[in-house]
Each structure stands twice: as C-alpha cells, then as structure tokens.
Ligand binder design. Structure first.
Ligand code: COA
Length: 337
C-alpha cells in the first residue's frame, strides 16, 4: 500500500514576557475596572514586553523551543515564515533577524502581514512552499501589540498582550497533517482596524504623533460582528470541504480576541463555547501569536492525542480571516524543554 505523506506539525513552542499586567493594575491608571474588562472580553491579564524584548527576540525564544522539540537544527530549515504586524524594523523583515539569531544557514526568510490571521496565512504559505522544497519549515506568529496601542485609550489597550508561538512543519507519513484550508479577506472592512504611518503619507503630512508613530485604531462593534460571522463561515466551510461534522473535531483553536466573540460564534455553530480552546484570560489578544500560543498551551497541558482533529481559525485587520483543519500527529506529548 502506498504510504501517505502529509505536512505535519512536528513540534510547537511559545514565549510570553515575564511582566504580567492584571486588570487591577490597569485600573489604577485608566478609567476602567476588572469587572468591565472580564465581563466584556474574558481577559484577566496580559504579558507586556519590557525594554530589550522585541518581536524578533520573542520569536527566537519560541522558535528555539519548537526546533529542539522537533529535533531539527536551524540550518536544516528550508524557510522561516513569520507572521507579524509589529516588526522590529519596517525593512528588512523580522524573519531575517530571526534567521540571523538562529543561524539558519540556507533557509529563506520573510514576514507575512495578515494581522491576527497571520499565523493561518503563514502556515498555508509555508505548506505551499514545502511542495517545492521539502526541508522542514519554521512558522512563527509573533507580535508585541502593547507597543502600538495608545495606553490612554481604554477602548483598545485593555484588549492586547505580547507573545510569540512557533511550529516546525515537516513532511511525515500516515494520515496526520494539515488538511483543508481557507484564506479570505473582507476588504470592505479595511478601515475598521488599522494603524497609520505607512508610506501612504508624504513625510510632510502629520500622522498621529509628532514622532511619526501611530496607534492602533479600532471600531469595536463592526469588528466584533465580522469576527463572529468569519468564525462561523470558516468552520462551516472547512467541515463541508472535509466531509466532516463538528462532532468529529476535538477542539477549535481560535484567534483569542474576545470571549464574547467565541461565545456568539459557538451559538451560530450550534455548539458550546467549550468546543473552543481559550487561554485569552491569561494572555489577552496577542494577534498573530495567538493561535500558536494557544496550541502550545494545549500541547503542554497534554490535551492532544494522535488522530485528534483540530480547526485553527483566525480573523483580524484587513479584514482578513481564514482557517485550517489539522489532524494531530504526535502520539505522545512532546518533551517540554
Ligand atoms: C471593544 C469591545 C470589547 C467593546 O465591547 P462592547 O460590548 O461593544 O462595548 P459597548 O459598545 O457596549 O460599550 C462601550 C462603552 O464602554 C466603554 N468602555 C470601553 N472600554 C472600556 C473599558 N476598558 N473600561 C470601561 N469602559 C469601557 C466605552 O467608553 C463605552 O462607553 P459609553 O457607552 O459611555 O460611550 C467589543 O466591541 C469588541 O470586543 N470588539 C472586537 C474587538 C476586537 O476583538 N478586536 C480585535 C480583533 S482581531
């Protein structure tokens, strides 16, 4: 019988800054309360990068763990694909800095800009590239969102945190691996979630701050409504394309933006919120890092068995959205480094 070969997640890794900021700590500086934040979002705390910690350093920490668990040396990689909206430099890509730190030899490296859907986009791009270059590939989601929010704007700053998650993709035998995927964008919602300061503006034009830095702008309600529909659409279509029912899926691992988004999406899908894995309470919205951080938390908690079906679903600025169905392939928990 011919052996199946599929692209599999060989290992995961993640990192969050050690500095933890609770809602109560925010409430001392901002007109907000722990009760409001928890009841409107499900967030209790977030981890905030300190001086010297950057998106690249976060990505390197997460990647080293994933590579070691996968038994892959950095110079064996074919490519590093890094999803971020908070790059260390506007140019070149943060992936190149990660390549430099890891000493990734002859691997290609580039960033993907798809906001909070970035990790899903990056995985699908990586898998496409692996059709031509079969070497293992490192896929990273890393964001320091706390660097781009206005800390005086209670509507936005309470929602976000920092972190990075990484997976090593490898060709493997058997049925486990990446299945159907969907990548989309509802560009009608382009302006609902954005950060200005790109080259649209001539240098003579003022953006937000005299320094040229600008903050994340968000219209909460339309983004909320879009997200609920996006989750429903992606999960429903992935199941249809795969000829499966939701009962066959162990867990949906969503982008962690707001517990109430997940709750509303679960109702549309006629399932319970417990079908979704959530770690938002502790890490808040870490944008592109959110799905791989949640996945690594599941792995570390020993919650996954070989053969389990998972759906990753992302949504965010663009308004991008998408998902991928994954059959988990590790029969034993991956060694914790
Ligand atoms: C932002 C969000 C939590 C707001 O929740 P909401 O239920 O829509 O809030 P409402 O519009 O009912 O209430 C807003 C009120 O709460 C206030 N409010 C906002 N943030 C607050 C905070 N941190 N603490 C206290 N009050 C706050 C507002 O000022 C407003 O007050 P007003 O009615 O006096 O003007 C919600 O819209 C949301 O999660 N949207 C999606 C955001 C998101 O996930 N973005 C990233 C996607 S990748």
């Amino acid at each position: 019988m011919a052996e199946h070969k599929k692209i599999q997640i060989a290992a995961t890794g993640s990192w969050v800054p050690s500095h933890r900021v609770t809602n109560e700590m925010l409430a001392k500086k901002l007109d907000t309360t722990d009760e409001w934040i928890v009841s409107h979002t499900g967030i209790h705390a977030r981890h905030v990068a300190q001086a010297g910690e950057t998106t690249a350093s976060a990505a390197v920490h997460a990647s080293r763990i994933a590579l070691e668990r996968a038994g892959v040396a950095a110079d064996e990689l074919g490519c590093i694909v890094l999803a971020t909206s908070t790059p260390d430099y506007t140019l070149p890509s943060t992936a190149c800095l990660v390549h430099r730190e890891l000493k990734a030899g002859r691997a290609a490296a580039f960033d993907v800009s798809a906001a909070c859907t970035g990790f899903v986009y990056a995985m699908d791009i990586a898998r496409g590239l692996m059709g031509r270059d079969p070497r293992p590939t490192l896929v990273i989601g890393a964001d320091l969102m706390t660097r781009i929010v206005d800390w005086t704007d209670r509507n936005v700053c309470v929602l976000f945190g920092d972190g990075a998650g990484a997976v090593v993709l490898k060709w493997g035998s058997g049925d486990a691996g990446l299945g159907e995927s969907i990548l989309r964008v509802d560009s009608e919602g382009f302006f609902a979630l954005r950060r200005e300061g790109g080259n649209r503006h001539h240098l003579s034009e003022q953006v937000d701050a005299p320094s040229g830095r600008s903050f994340l702008h968000m219209e909460g309600k339309p983004v909320f409504n879009f997200a609920v529909k996006a989750i429903d659409e992606v999960v429903t279509e992935l199941l249809e394309k795969s000829g499966m029912t939701l009962d066959q899926v162990k867990l949906i691992v969503p982008h962690q933006a707001n517990f109430r988004i997940i709750d509303a999406a679960a109702r549309r899908l006629k399932t319970g919120a417990d079908k979704f894995f959530l770690n938002i309470a502790e890490v808040a919205n870490t944008s592109a890092a959110s799905i791989p951080l949640a996945l690594d938390a599941l792995v570390n908690a020993n919650r996954l068995q070989a053969g389990d079906y998972l759906i990753f679903v992302g949504f965010g600025a663009g308004l991008t959205y998408g998902g991928v169905l994954v059959r988990w392939g590790c029969s034993a928990p991956l060694a914790v480094v």
